[in-house]
Ligand binder design. Sequence first.
Ligand code: MP5
Length: 203
Amino acid sequence: MSVVDLPTRHAAGWDRATRHPFLAAVAAGTVPEAAFRTWLVQDYLFVGDLLRFQSRLLARAPRAAQAILVAGAAALVDELAWFEKVAVEEGLDLSATRLPATAAYDRLLTGLDGVPVPEALTALWALERVYLDAWSFAAPGAEPYRDFVAHWTTPEFAAYVTELATVADEALAGADRGAAEPHFVAVVEAEIAFWDMAWEPAS
Ligand code: MP5
């Protein structure tokens, strides 16, 4: 089994995380502006938390995973700068506090520091793959969101996600594959809660 088989093994959750009403509304152009703005600010905070998690994972990663984790961390630094530019353009307040789903996701990431590296690599792959699939579902997006959707569905991002699957599979080859599955499920649940967070107050 490869990590890429996990989405079909958990198809119902995967669908909820990747075909969420928030994404359908971005595709249709009906997402409330306030919901999208809330989501952007919270995702900025998430990316900062993810960079810190990825850096801690790098410190204990196998040799074969170092290059991709470093490249991914550099991309996250660029992503933070991109959010900061968008925030200026859109008048977003990036100093907002974490909403409960963002704080819960950070606790999930911090908890992964204590699990074996192959399991943490699987969780990292899962959180990137679910995000790629979610934005691919929304693509190309209605006009005000088209550039955003394009930003999160680039071929470079898809290639990164594929490379993460390879290093996760390599690491799992000598490990307990079954132990990684609950972390995959936890990531999918955290993603659903993250979309819900921006969407529910608006609906
Ligand atoms: C990602 C994200 C992927 N930005 N937000 C959530 C809630 N999940 C996953 O992060 P990136 O920035 O594409 O590496």
